[in-house]
Design a protein around this ligand. Structure first.
Ligand code: FES
Length: 128
């Protein structure tokens, strides 16, 4: 039985995501937190597995990409922050190089529902 206190939103459809193509989405604003900044996330397919992360660099709490849908480094091996170049493993979100090395992207729970990719909205947490 689904948890009624957990909010799931549609991030995209399954057909929006394919190897090498990222789908971005906006998360609803948490009105219970006055200073909550708007948040977004992204979904992608990596070796046949759908993954989703909050689009928020652990270093400064800002979005990773500077262009829509562009998250990977030039070698297409790691997710890269466009501000200071931190590199993250696509499989785990772990930062392996850069100012937030050892930290990680926030992974988002996802599930499929009749061709839609649903994301569980994470609790708002201020960037450290
Ligand atoms: S803001 Fe991402 S590495 Fe600095």
């Amino acid at each position: 039985m689904p948890d009624c206190n957990v909010e799931w939103i549609k991030a995209c459809t399954e057909s929006d995501v394919e190897e090498g193509r990222f789908a971005e989405f906006r998360l609803p604003r948490d009105t219970s937190v006055p200073d909550a900044i708007p948040r977004s996330g992204f979904v992608f397919l990596e070796n046949g597995t759908l993954r989703a992360y909050l689009n928020q660099c652990p270093h400064l709490g800002i979005e990773l990409n500077w262009m829509p849908g562009r998250f990977m480094d030039s070698d297409n091996l790691f997710i890269q922050c466009s501000t200071h170049g931190a590199l993250f493993k696509p499989t785990t979100g772990e930062c392996i190089a850069g100012p937030c090395q050892g930290d990680a992207l926030v992974a988002l729970d996802l599930r499929l529902d009749h061709g839609d990719v649903l994301i569980r909205v994470p609790a708002w947490k201020a960037p450290e």
